[in-house]
Design a protein around this ligand. Structure first.
Ligand SMILES: [Fe+2]
Ligand SMILES: [Fe+2]
Ligand SMILES: [Fe+2]
Ligand SMILES: [Fe+2]
Length: 439
């Protein structure tokens, strides 16, 4: 690739202000939109929220009037981009529908990054997180069916499998051991820096979305499930952000933030199938190239270093949204029993010490019941078995995947055990014709 963002001028800051009509465009149609247009829209909202939040934090540490002024002007532009990206979502797309979109982002984004990540340890961390968001998609799909009559494929359009992963009740860890080893800013590839910041932004926004919307349903078990999964997203933010070198200066971080925005909009622009939305991505790429120029100039002035040392001399691709079923299946079959080790490493259930700090957390949080387990118990009442969307080959492995993923220790009392799931599946097969007649 020959595109070097640092060599582009982009749109100057004075030309970046837009009117309300431009900021609030026309939403997409939820029944016609390509699922990966929706994932791009959801991800870019998260990227803009991070870009905006970081600048406000940055400004609170700044003394220089001129720099404060520049950063304040850019943060207002980031905010207007956030509105445009987020409000592409239509008013009639329910919270649960949007939620399935968020988890599809997490699964397919993390899977793509894991395969394009040069740092082995970072890749392993992506694979680990991947199986958790994969299980969230499955748990929320139960409620989407029960509460709103939505099939998972109404949202994921057959591109992402929906079936049990590493069970959500086991995602709760001591947040201390969630933390990972950080990359070395001097040697890490720009791809690694962009991958991690993109994922942190996505996970942070997923957390915020559940925090702000989980209460909007009356169903108590669903409200508890939002709270439960929100807690895991909090852990995901902790896990992924800890991969970032804490010794990067604020100007270096500013540079990486703008570069990450550039790379993401560049990818969106290349991949977008909706011509109208593609024009927005093109404009936003131009805006971000303008921000990158400013960040690079500030970096040169205050750090007296070459920005290429930090972000390289070419664009990197944080994500091509496309089906990742084969890759995810491979990780799923191999790693459902994987757990966090005590030394920022990874281990498996059978090797966990008795005093593993996450047991204490899980015992407390799930002491009455695990809401995400109740999601399957309720689905059994509605549908004889859990709601899944997977081809027969994968569907036939569901009981064995569950068996592999379940711990013996700190198991919630209401856990759906593998033999129970097997019984549900048999019952469903027996009544299938009658059930489908009802639908
Ligand atoms: Fe932005
Ligand atoms: Fe998730
Ligand atoms: Fe997540
Ligand atoms: Fe920006």
């Amino acid at each position: 690739m020959s595109f070097n963002p640092l060599k582009e001028k982009g749109l100057s800051l004075e030309k970046q202000l837009r009117n309300w009509h431009q900021i609030v465009g026309k939403p997409y149609n939820k029944t016609e939109v390509d699922c990966y247009t929706r994932t791009r829209q959801i991800l870019m909202n998260g990227i803009e929220v991070e870009a905006w939040g970081f600048k406000h934090q940055f400004n609170r540490f700044l003394h220089d009037e001129e720099v404060k002024n520049t950063i304040a002007q850019i943060s207002r532009i980031e905010d207007s981009q956030q509105a445009t990206a987020n409000w592409m979502g239509p008013a009639d797309q329910s919270v649960l529908e949007t939620t399935l979109g968020y988890e599809q982002v997490a699964v397919d984004l993390t899977a793509w990054m894991a395969q394009n990540e040069p740092d082995k340890y970072v890749k392993e961390t992506f694979d680990f997180g991947l199986l958790e968001d994969f299980d969230h998609l499955y748990r929320y799909s139960q409620f989407a069916y029960m509460v709103e009559g939505i099939e998972p494929n109404d949202i994921v359009q057959g591109q992402t499998d929906v079936i049990v992963g590493r069970p959500t009740q086991h995602h709760h860890n001591c947040n201390g051991i969630r933390r990972r080893k950080h990359y070395d800013k001097a040697t890490a590839a720009p791809q690694t820096k962009v991958n991690i910041l993109t994922l942190v932004s996505g996970e942070q926004q997923t957390h915020n979305y559940y925090a702000e919307h989980g209460f909007m349903y009356a169903d108590h078990v669903l409200r508890e499930t939002y709270a439960e999964i929100k807690d895991v997203e909090e852990e995901h933010v902790t896990m992924y952000e800890s991969l970032i070198d804490p010794t990067e200066s604020l100007y270096e971080k500013l540079l990486i933030h703008e570069f990450t925005e550039v790379c993401n909009y560049y990818t969106c622009m290349e991949d977008e199938v909706d011509d109208r939305i593609k024009k927005t991505w093109e404009l936003f790429l131009d805006i971000e190239l303008g921000h990158l120029q400013i960040a690079a100039d500030l970096f040169k002035k205050y750090e007296k270093r070459d920005p290429e040392e930090v972000v390289g001399d070419e664009i990197v691709i944080p994500c091509r949204f496309m089906s990742q079923k084969d890759y995810v299946q491979k990780v799923l079959e191999k790693e459902a029993n994987k757990r966090l080790g005590m030394d920022k490493d990874y281990t498996t259930i059978d090797k966990l010490p008795e005093d593993w700090p996450s047991y204490r957390v899980q015992k407390k949080q799930n002491e009455i019941s695990s809401p995400s387990e109740n999601s399957i118990r309720l689905a059994e009442i509605y549908h004889d078995r859990d709601i899944i969307a997977a081809d027969k080959e994968l569907a036939d492995k569901e009981v064995s995947i569950l068996k592999k993923g379940l711990q013996k220790e700190a198991l919630a009392e209401n856990t759906v055990m593998p033999d129970e799931l097997e019984g549900m599946i048999k019952e469903y097969e027996k009544n299938k014709d009658k059930l489908e007649e009802l639908i």
